[in-house]
Write a protein that binds this ligand. Structure first.
Ligand SMILES: Nc1ncnc2c1ncn2[C@@H]1O[C@H](COP(=O)(O)OP(=O)(O)OP(=O)(O)O)[C@@H](O)[C@H]1O
Length: 267
């Protein structure tokens, strides 16, 4: 299979301190690589190396990828655009028909529910909205590879679901870090342990049960709802569901206009 992106014995020192040592891996279009390691172990640094933003101290980044979509952990500060100006500017850089690209942009705007903020200056947008702008920018460029640094951080549950679903449909390598977000972890097929440089297959453990608390308008909406255990507390309903089905149930609750109040694992 074509080698889209490759790290060959990559090491990185910053300010005389060794951050990464001898990282090697290859990826092809079906790669779904989760980078795992402690805080400060160099996960973001590796993504920046793969994106070509910084250079390795030794070793090299190679591969056939021409366009690298990179979503940093934090959206860049100090951009003086309004959200819409930024997205239009971003889309104007893309090759291809202007009409088609602007059509894709409006789809993403709708999908991620950011219409109300289009005239808001980026610096006044919420963290989640800025994160969405960064994601849309990376998707619009039709990258050969996607590098995502904790992409779900700051996103509401509905947008998390939408993003993960989109990612599941892509036929390009996806390399990502995650703050142990269960939704995103489902995407992983292999994991790079950054401390040792080892790449191993990723197996998701049987998901524990979840307790989902929602605010609802009428009990009628739960008629025929595929959950055995529902408790009611005033305007809130509590569902105990299997871990495997909890994502689907969350989607259905959102479709029934319920507001998700809390989701937590139970023993
Ligand atoms: N530009 C820089 N200047 C100085 N030190 C840096 C720089 N970039 C990264 N570092 C250091 O490199 C180390 C690795 O940082 P990095 O952000 O890659 O870790 P991380 O694994 O992504 O951490 P986290 O899980 O907390 O996001 C840290 O000690 C950090 O302080």
């Amino acid at each position: 299979m074509a080698n889209v992106l490759e790290a060959i014995q990559v090491s990185k020192d910053i300010d005389g301190r060794s951050i990464l040592q001898n990282i090697s891996f290859q990826c092809s279009n079906d790669t779904r690589l989760l980078i795992r390691g402690k805080n400060g172990s160099g996960k973001s640094t590796l993504l920046k190396l793969l994106a070509g933003i910084i250079k390795p101290s030794s070793g090299k980044i190679a591969g056939s990828a021409q366009k690298v979509g990179y979503v940093p952990e934090h959206f860049p500060e100090g951009l003086r655009f309004r959200l819409k100006e930024y997205l239009l500017l971003t889309s104007s850089f893309q090759a291809g028909s202007k009409e088609i690209i602007e059509g894709e942009l409006s789809n993403y705007i709708q999908m991620f529910g950011i219409e109300p903020f289009l005239q808001t200056p980026l610096k006044a947008c919420s963290k989640g909205t800025r994160q969405k702008a960064g994601i849309i920018q990376a998707l619009l460029m039709k990258p050969d590879v996607l590098l995502l640094d904790e992409p779900l951080t700051g996103l509401d549950i509905e947008s998390q679901q939408i993003l993960v679903k989109l990612l599941e449909g892509f036929d390009i390598p996806i390399i990502f870090t995650s703050h142990e977000d269960e939704l995103l972890m489902h995407l992983a097929k292999e994991v790079l342990h950054i401390g040792t440089g080892e790449v191993t297959p990723y197996f998701i453990h049987a998901a524990p049960k979840k307790r989902i608390k929602v605010e609802y308008s009428s009990k009628e909406v739960f008629k025929d709802f595929p959950v055995n255990e529902i408790q009611y507390e005033g305007s809130e309903a509590i569902f105990i569901v299997d871990g495997e089905t909890s994502d689907q149930i969350l989607i259905e609750l959102l479709q029934k206009n319920c507001s998700i109040v809390d989701v937590r694992e139970i023993e």
